[in-house]
Design a protein around this ligand. Structure first.
Ligand SMILES: Cc1cc2nc3c(=O)[nH]c(=O)nc-3n(C[C@H](O)[C@H](O)[C@H](O)COP(=O)(O)OP(=O)(O)OC[C@H]3O[C@@H](n4cnc5c(N)ncnc54)[C@H](O)[C@@H]3O)c2cc1C
Length: 400
């Protein structure tokens, strides 16, 4: 098969790969850039399956990479949405504490907001119910006015079109299978040589990094996010977004209610341990060898109870049952009934990085590199929100 040469090769056409391509084009307009994607089109994994919430950044301590890029990324995404006529709604969000044990976390979130210059304020139950009349009475509630929702799939399409217009070349159905030497990738469409490589392969970023002799201490474990939807009759019970106070020792935000850009209201996502990196259905997307490795890792996490994993696994697996899922949504909205929730096939996988030496779930973005390649690991939420600013950070890291 043929061999092709580019200044820059990017693996993955999710939001991270696309925004990195855009940032490279901005800095070096005449550079040749290839985006290699194993699927037939862009953004069909995490980037096309998320909640579409543009986070304000309140969850992240000021010492994190997430804090550095989340709010700026959201502003940049809003600018892109305006330029490209993409549906976007700055509808705000409520974070609801429903037990006294959550109050210290509420204070921590408000401190994050103050340190990171994010608009957020505590509201009382009167104001809460003016904003969200059906929300649970709260021990405390935070209102974040700058949180927005966006049509993520349109962002991907428009960005791809824009890149194609600047001669970035896309190779679809092109699976990267390994690297040959320091300058060449083996793929299902032959060899690609590069000046510099960006690994933005999402759920498979660790596998690719390992083929470069990197990331020995890391492994990605998939967690499945499934959603229900509010029925037409119940759809008016929420104005915008209601989130629980998260367990900040975990990288998941908890089941929330979100009115997406087309007006539907989704409830979810879960964070159920999954048996495949693309295991969106019950069995769909499970590959035997991959599943065996994941099950071994999950068993070890369960036995050692890393990060209180046993409790997480029990709580999350229980959400396969509608009554348990409903119970977690009712904490935010007590009047919800089983008949208000209709099933959907919306599901996403959060590829969560664990450090197999420290046995910790990694909470922040992580980079590993060689002289001419940079590998982006753990591009978890809010990587969609952050993406334009995150891409600047990525390209800076590669020394360009
Ligand atoms: C259920 C859910 C809800 C979320 N909600 C939000 C939210 O509301 N707000 C927010 O900011 N973030 C959210 N996120 C997180 C956000 O969606 C992700 O952080 C972001 O989309 C990651 O983008 P990515 O480009 O790294 O990965 P992806 O979109 O997964 O892209 C990686 C690409 O690499 C390709 N690839 C992998 N291996 C190879 C290979 N060997 N060869 C060629 N191509 C390869 C894949 O096919 C894929 O297209 C959510 C995620 C999930 C799963």
């Amino acid at each position: 098969m043929s061999s092709k040469a580019f200044d820059f090769v990017i693996i993955g056409s999710g939001i991270v790969g696309l925004t990195v391509a855009s940032e490279l084009k901005k800095r070096q307009p005449s550079a040749s850039i290839a985006v290699l994607e194993k699927e037939e089109c862009a953004g069909i994994h995490a980037s096309g399956r998320n909640s579409g919430v543009m986070h304000c950044g309140i969850y992240y301590g000021s010492d994190t990479l997430k804090a550095k890029v989340c709010a700026t990324g959201a502003e940049r995404m809003e600018e892109f949405a305006r330029q490209e006529n993409i549906a976007y709604n700055k509808c705000g969000k409520i974070i609801l504490a429903t037990s006294k044990e959550q109050l210290p976390t509420v204070e921590k979130l408000l401190r994050n907001a103050a340190e990171n210059n994010i608009q957020a304020r505590k509201i009382d139950n009167k104001e809460l119910h003016e904003i969200e009349p059906y929300a649970s009475a709260a021990e405390a509630a935070i209102y974040c006015p700058t949180t927005a929702v966006i049509d993520s799939v349109s962002v991907i399409r428009k960005l791809q079109n824009q890149l194609e217009g600047t001669d970035v070349q896309f190779f679809f159905s092109c699976q990267v299978t390994g690297q040959k030497n320091n300058k060449e990738l083996e793929t299902s469409q032959g060899t690609f040589s590069y000046g510099f490589l960006y690994n933005c392969a999402g759920a498979y970023a660790d596998v690719i990094a390992k083929s470069f002799g990197l990331a020995d201490e890391y492994k990605l474990i998939p967690f499945k996010g499934i959603y229900w939807k509010l029925s037409e009759q119940a759809n008016n019970k929420i104005r915008a977004n209601i989130y629980p106070v998260p367990d900040i020792s975990l990288p998941f935000l908890g089941v929330h209610l979100t009115r997406v850009i087309n007006g539907d209201v989704y409830i979810g996502p879960t964070a159920i341990p999954a048996f495949g990196r693309e295991n969106y259905g019950k069995l769909k997307g499970i590959k035997l060898k991959e599943a065996a490795e994941i099950i071994l890792e999950l068993a070890e996490m369960y036995l050692r109870n890393d990060n209180n994993f046993r409790k997480l696994a029990h709580l999350e697996m229980a959400k396969y049952n509608k009554a348990n899922f409903l119970a977690s949504a009712q904490k935010l909205m007590p009047s919800l009934k089983a008949e208000d929730m209709v099933p959907t096939n919306k599901a996403g996988i959060r590829p969560q990085l664990i450090n197999i030496k420290t046995r910790k779930l990694e909470m922040d973005y992580i980079f590993v590199h060689t002289e001419n390649s940079l590998h982006i690991l753990n591009a978890i939420s809010p990587a969609f929100t952050s993406s334009f600013a995150f891409a600047e950070m990525i390209v800076d890291k590669s020394g360009l």
